[in-house]
Design a protein around this ligand. Structure first.
Ligand code: SAM
Length: 212
């Protein structure tokens, strides 16, 4: 993805009280940040945050954390979040590789991966957010019985992800190569920005759910 360096982005992000600075300090204590005992769901690579903002509005009894690597992208999410009145959504600007430094053992109840970057070259496979390297990280921070829900339009990445899950200790709960025509898995589906774009171009959306 080509990203512009947007002047002032860091300042806007740093001034937003819903963006958590130095998130490592809350490792094991994220419930304190939300000031309640509700479960915590995260999205890794949330982009502009449409999915998580709708989820937070629909489910006030769930705490959501959106993780995004780039300030230029995070800026768009912050601008939208500033217009909402939700108290159950926080944002972190970081590389997901740091996830084990930020969350304690079994602290997270659900992980969403939506339209993750495909990293098509073999030598970059470990950067894919469904690689065994990332699955091992999720295994540490996810609560027993917690789930990963992954959506993509990229068939190669989806097949790679199914294979990585089969070769790991994760269990596949369900999957489909055509989410929008799958009555059960599509029930209550909230579309992401990329999902709207790709499905409007006629591309089928793939989804898998795995648990540990
Ligand atoms: N989830 C959104 C959607 O479905 O509309 C955005 C999808 S976009 C293709 C992927 C996003 O993941 C980008 O914003 C990218 O910066 C972010 N991303 C990729 N690798 C990441 C990582 N290692 N840690 C955090 N964010 C990452």
């Amino acid at each position: 993805m080509r990203l512009r360096n947007i002047p002032g982005a860091e300042e806007v992000i740093n001034n937003c009280q819903d963006v958590i600075q130095n998130p490592e300090q809350y490792k094991g204590n994220w419930k304190e940040v939300f000031d309640n005992q509700n479960p915590i769901f995260i999205e890794i690579g949330m982009g502009k945050g449409q999915f998580l903002m709708k989820m937070a509005e629909l489910n006030p009894k769930i705490n959501y954390i959106g993780i995004e690597k780039y300030t230029s992208v995070m800026l768009r999410a912050v601008q939208k979040l500033n217009e909402l009145e939700v108290t159950n959504l926080k944002l972190i600007c970081m590389d997901a590789e740091e996830i084990m430094n930020v969350f304690g053992m079994e602290e997270i109840n659900n992980i969403y991966l939506n339209f993750s970057d495909p990293w098509p070259k073999d030598r970059h496979a470990k950067r894919r957010l469904t690689s065994k390297e990332f699955l091992d990280r999720y295994d540490k921070v996810l609560h027993k019985g917690g789930k990963i829900e992954f959506k993509t339009d990229n068939r190669n990445l989806f097949e790679f992800s199914l294979e990585e899950i089969k070769q790991s200790s994760w269990k596949l709960e369900a999957y489909t190569f055509d989410l929008h025509n799958d009555e059960i898995l599509n029930f209550g589906n909230i579309m992401t920005e990329y999902e709207e774009k790709f499905s409007s171009e006629g591309n089928p959306i793939h989804k898998l759910i795995a648990y540990r």
